[in-house]
Design a protein around this ligand. Structure first.
Ligand code: UDP
Ligand code: MG
Length: 326
């Protein structure tokens, strides 16, 4: 198997057939061994609609289209993990079903891969499809992330990318549950290339990423690749303590010279509230990390597979790390 395309789907009955019709001709037209040796693995991430029967139809029509059905909604990262771990391709490309990750970029990714790249990122050349505020928050996030973590993530690269089997093997050997893939692949130090693509509007249905989910993804990203938010408090505390000491000395001297000074309600109040909120923020940051430590120590599987369509779930050639069967 040369190439595995991994497509996480949640309530996408209207999009799956269109996706296959779009992508298969692109792959078949390739002047590369991939053209005759690829698989498209859909991961049904707990859809409540007819996505799974549609996938079964697609498999009946074309055996290269396969599906894994998860027992419930595990989120896109879990679905991607499931797809990647059950894939057999020498290269793997995770891609969104809504055609926002333009499949026309695949040939360019494959040629860069043949030239020796281990990872080929799909970089969004435009983000006009996203709302202004989403673009702003995404931009802010990428900048903050890269400023405070050693695991840089490329600007405007999402999950759409080609990864060589080497990369998959390294990913799989990582013991953590929260595998924030965008950062982990940089951590390993692979040969990276990028391919630009234009990101169009979503063709069908609604985006499933609201600001709450984006915030959670951002938190996962930062806490999984940087401990700076934890350590910054000791510096801040030391700085404030120094200032407080100077101020205390100043007050003592002033009291000795000018006598006791009773008024001071406002400054007192401001100081109390200020330090109160600083402490709450630092507690909150601590909580983010402790919560993730809890999740990691429970060592639960990343996803649970209910059934496979066209996929042998017990294939001994496929080494899975964190899955369980229902
Ligand atoms: N998706 C998923 N599980 C989820 C949410 C989304 O598998 O819980 C899939 C979805 O079906 C799509 C991809 O992830 O194929 C990207 O989702 P969406 O287009 O809603 O996100 P956006 O493009 O707005 O980032
Ligand atoms: Mg989308």
């Amino acid at each position: 198997m040369e190439l595995s395309i991994i497509v996480p789907v949640k309530d996408e009955e209207a999009s799956v057939a269109r996706f296959v019709d779009h992508v298969v001709p692109i792959l078949e037209a390739l002047d590369d061994p991939v053209a005759s040796s690829f698989e498209i693995i859909f991961v049904d991430d707990g859809s409540g609609d007819d996505t799974l029967p549609r996938l079964a139809d697609l498999h009946a029509r074309d055996a290269r289209v396969k599906a894994i059905s998860l027992s419930r909604n595990f989120g896109k990262e879990g679905a991607l993990a499931a797809g990647i771990e059950h894939s057999r391709g020498r290269a793997v490309i995770p891609i969104d079903v809504d055609l926002q990750d333009d499949p026309k970029a695949i040939p360019a990714m494959i040629s860069k891969w043949r030239e020796g790249a281990d990872i080929v990122y799909g970089i969004r050349a435009n983000r006009e499809a996203d709302s202004f505020s989403k673009r702003m928050t995404a931009d802010l996030y990428y900048r903050t992330h890269n400023m405070i973590s050693s695991e840089k993530i490329p600007m405007h690269a999402g999950d759409y990318r080609l990864m060589d089997r080497k990369v998959i093997d390294v990913l799989r050997s990582m013991p953590e549950r929260n595998r924030f893939m965008r950062g982990l692949s940089t951590w390993a130090g692979f040969r990276e290339e990028a391919v630009e693509f234009v990101r169009p509007d979503r063709e069908e249905g609604e985006s499933k990423y609201n600001y709450r989910r984006m915030w959670m993804l951002a938190m996962d990203g930062i806490t999984s690749s940087s401990t700076l938010p934890l350590r910054v408090w000791s510096f801040l505390g030391a700085g404030i303590a120094t200032l407080t000491l100077l101020y205390a000395a100043f007050i003592v001297v002033r009291t000795l010279i000018f006598g006791r000074d009773v008024p001071g309600y406002a400054s007192l109040m401001v100081a109390v509230l200020f330090f109160g909120s600083i402490q709450l923020i630092s507690l909150g940051v601590l909580g983010e990390y402790v919560g993730r430590i809890l999740v990691e120590t429970r060592r639960r599987p990343l996803y649970i597979v209910r059934e496979g369509i066209g996929i042998d779930l017990d294939d001994p050639r496929v080494a899975r790390s964190f899955d369980r069967r229902l």
